[in-house]
Design a protein around this ligand. Structure first.
Ligand code: GLC
Length: 555
């Protein structure tokens, strides 16, 4: 421990907030001392936004009409004072507290679902790393950081375990997907069991867990000002172990991370193997968060930072160039020549235009765009994935223009992407023969259900954060109102089914903790947009897009 908890330590190198507006290319050849601090974009825009919100009660922003940008006021929503606590909030807090999991008397996480009516418990009685993120943010925003610190330390400890699937040993840095505390009432002992993929359905390691861990460590540090945790030897080591897993050199020709199906929130076969957008966006965000926390007082630390910086450059270029799709880009791909060889190739991955699915031509608005699901040789997965696109906005993987275009798309395709319950995890659903081939006939992932075009209330916090960052809180407000009309009444389901997300999911758990926490986080952020800083990074001025071919984000 380097200093007392809760006191911002003045250290020889930049503090976490200073590092956020770091100039990456300068970092490659210069030490990071004595950097003059400019007020960051996030802080600037947020404080201004906050004043605007407080003054106008958000009503000035209430010019959103789904399906278009024309704008009109919705009397019902304008009339209600946004700062009056909604009756659902108290219920949500009560339910969130019921989900707390204790280890030796200390809260260390929240259980995935407290559904007493569920026939099968499966692993929903575990603390999932990814599920705990919205809970953690809710506690941080409410001024209760202890549970978050306990969780970070507990999972860090679990990272140190030897992990095996049958006779095969997993990488040292792998973080658990979930853990569970077993209480022995007689012996008065608590024991932890953890799953790193060896028990998970499909036996897939959670690639996202380590990234969420780093992102949460930054959120904790940013929210409390307590640098002692992130600067501790254990946390520095934990971060480096996670980074070692994804920065190692091998056969890769792309800076993106090659993954097995089911390695993230979508934790079963859904055709996301390869380079899924969710993982790439989280990877980018985790790299940026790590950069703001890694110490450089040793040669090893310096080397690690250098590798992170180089990867960030390559990754942002790759993602912004090849994953980005808008009207112009779609038209270009449609006219692609194939079988090109050498450096002059335009169609670098040899995508055959005939493989573009019909739906995408109708789906693509004239204004708007998004990061597609996957890009690899001769394969573009044109599906929309909400989490990856929201994280791309929050991490500034998306340029400001791309971020605006993503929000334009959400507005223009409101029925498809939000419908009656925010937010579609993926769009569109895979059906019939394709469903058979891609999911392996998964009965849980039938069309418009669960991961296959289902609607997940947890995603509300992510879209709200993205809305605030792009200066469009009115969109978040609309989405929250939709959720408020159903969530409590329906018992906080895990997901909804159907094209419009109208039906409670076929096998959805009730009292799903991240549905509850996601709602609370969305509400708190809208009330006090300065919370956004915990989970958002401003654009790095030096990582400007190189490719300028898509009208929607260059003009
Ligand atoms: C489901 C979700 C996964 C989540 C888990 C626990 O498996 O797909 O993302 O972590 O449930 O809620």
């Amino acid at each position: 421990m380097d200093g007392p908890v809760g006191i911002r330590k003045i250290s020889s190198h930049c503090s976490i907030s200073e590092m956020d507006d770091f100039d990456l290319s300068r970092l490659l050849d210069k030490p990071r001392l004595n950097i003059e601090r400019q007020r960051s974009f996030d802080e600037r825009s947020l404080s201004e936004l906050s004043i605007g919100f407080a003054r106008a009660g958000l009503d000035n922003y209430d010019n959103f009409s789904p399906g278009g940008r024309s704008g009109f006021n919705t009397p019902a929503s304008s009339a209600r004072n946004s700062f009056e606590p909604h009756p659902m909030v108290a219920d949500a807090w009560e339910s969130l507290r019921k989900s707390l999991v204790y280890f030796k008397g200390q809260p260390v996480g929240t259980i995935a679902a407290v559904d007493h009516q569920a026939e099968e418990v499966l692993n929903y009685d575990q603390v999932f790393v990814r599920d705990f993120v919205p809970s953690a943010l809710a506690f941080l925003m409410n001024g209760e950081p202890e549970i978050v610190k306990n969780f970070l330390l507990k999972t860090l400890h679990l990272q140190g375990w030897e992990k095996r699937v049958d006779r095969f040993k997993l990488g040292e840095g792998v973080m658990p997907a979930s853990f569970k505390v077993l209480h022995d009432a007689v012996r008065k002992t608590d024991t932890i069991i953890a799953d790193f993929g060896e028990s998970a359905i499909g036996r897939v390691a959670p690639v996202d867990s380590g990234f969420w861990w780093i992102i949460l460590l930054r959120a904790y540090t940013k929210s409390t000002g307590d640098l002692t945790l992130s600067e501790s030897e254990n946390c520095q080591k934990g971060m480096k172990l996670i980074l070692t897993l994804c920065l190692s050199e091998g056969f890769d020709t792309f800076p993106t991370l090659l993954c097995a199906d089911g390695c993230s929130m979508i934790d079963r076969r859904m055709g996301i193997y390869g380079y899924p957008i969710e993982i790439q966006a989280l990877f980018f965000m985790a790299l940026r968060c790590a950069l703001s926390m890694l110490k450089q007082d040793t040669a090893e630390g310096k080397e690690c930072v250098e590798r992170v910086v180089k990867r960030l450059h390559a990754l942002s270029f790759h993602m912004r160039s090849y994953f980005w799709l808008d009207f112009q880009q779609l038209n270009d791909i449609y006219r692609y020549k194939t079988e090109e060889y050498s450096h002059t190739a335009v169609n670098k991955f040899n995508v055959i235009p005939d493989s573009i699915p019909d739906w995408v031509f109708d789906f693509m608005p004239t204004r708007g765009g998004y990061f597609i699901g996957n890009v690899s040789p001769a394969r573009m997965d044109f599906r929309w994935f909400a989490l990856g696109n929201c994280v791309a906005i929050l991490s500034s993987l998306a340029t400001p223009e791309q971020s605006m275009a993503i929000m334009d798309l959400i507005e223009a395709r409101w029925d498809e992407l939000v419908g009656e319950m925010p937010l579609k995890i993926s769009y569109p659903a895979i059906e019939s023969h394709e469903w058979r081939i891609v999911t392996g006939c998964d009965p849980k992932n039938t069309r418009w259900s669960y991961h296959n075009g289902g609607s997940w209330p947890v995603l509300l916090w992510l879209v709200t954060a993205a809305c605030i960052k792009t200066g469009r809180p009115q969109i978040a407000r609309r989405a929250i109102e939709l959720a408020e009309s159903r969530l409590l009444k329906d018992g906080w389901p895990e997901y909804y089914d159907g094209k419009l997300g109208r039906y409670i999911g076929k096998q959805a758990r009730k009292y799903q903790t991240w549905s509850i926490a996601g709602y609370l986080v969305a509400k708190m952020m809208l009330e006090d947009p300065s919370h956004l800083g915990m989970i958002s990074l401003e654009e790095d001025k030096q990582m400007k897009p190189v490719i300028k071919r898509s009208s929607s984000w260059t003009c």
